[in-house]
Ligand binder design. Sequence first.
Ligand code: FPP
Ligand code: MG
Length: 298
Amino acid sequence: MIDRTFEEYKALLDEHILDFIPDIDQKSITLYDSMKYSILAGGKRIRPVLLLAACEFCGGKAEEALPYACAMEYIHTYSLIHDDLPCMDDDELRRGQPTNHVIYGDAVATLAGDGLQAAAYEAMQRDMLLYFDNFDALKSRVRAAYEIVKGAGVTGMVAGQIADVEAENKRCSKELLDYIHITKTADMIISAVRAGARLGSCSEQELENLTVYAENLGLAFQVCDDILDVEGDEELLGKEVGHDEANSKATYPALYGLDESKRKLRELTDAAKDALAEYYDNAELFVELAEMLATRVS
Ligand code: FPP
Ligand code: MG
């Protein structure tokens, strides 16, 4: 059962966020510094909190899910570092601070991303090693790790990123735009929720309902991100806006216009909330999060 608020899960996560990074040799300390710089740069921690909350929603304990929640945030952070590189979106500001490569240079930033991805897999594998004598616990961990790796992988986030890069300066169909949004952004949100559910030993019904919630929330998240790039406040967002249009990116507002994008955001948010309606107050955190994201743009 969920008996903590978003902020309480975030506080738990923040307390342990560096715990699963291996002790890095003094000779490669720059690697650690640059990884740490981006991990502590003020992310909202939406994905790991979703994972912890989904775990408890299904009956598990958040503390036991921490290696997977932190892995999720390491992978998310790596993707942002690489996305900001000059060879990708070439952004100098993220979460209100200079991007990793602005501080450490392109080579170190690339390696910080690589290191965070490797640390994520190591954190999960190390945790699994502890459960060899408990088959049920091991099974849910293997399943959770697979959800995460798949969402981050070459049919998930990385596939979305290449489609996004290749769609730049080209006409993009609505179908391709959906593919980009689902893979690049929604898949990581879906895997966070499903991994948490697996760790909490979910029922089939819980997994199905949570997946529908996450699919809609994930798409809403990227539509929201697109809208904010058009009319968001740089100060509040902590990053430069107007980049998508300047770089001729495939976005919802570019294809559908702002009004239709906002209508779509509302539709997705309502569908996310509906998916968990049968759980009433038990799903309050999920429902509030969906509403909070949608109202960021209205
Ligand atoms: C902002 O999340 C991030 C997104 C909307 C996802 C964008 C997807 C990518 C950049 C994929 C990049 C992939 C590769 C392989 C380079 P957020 O608002 O939760 O950010 P926060 O953590 O700063 O709060
Ligand atoms: Mg990008």
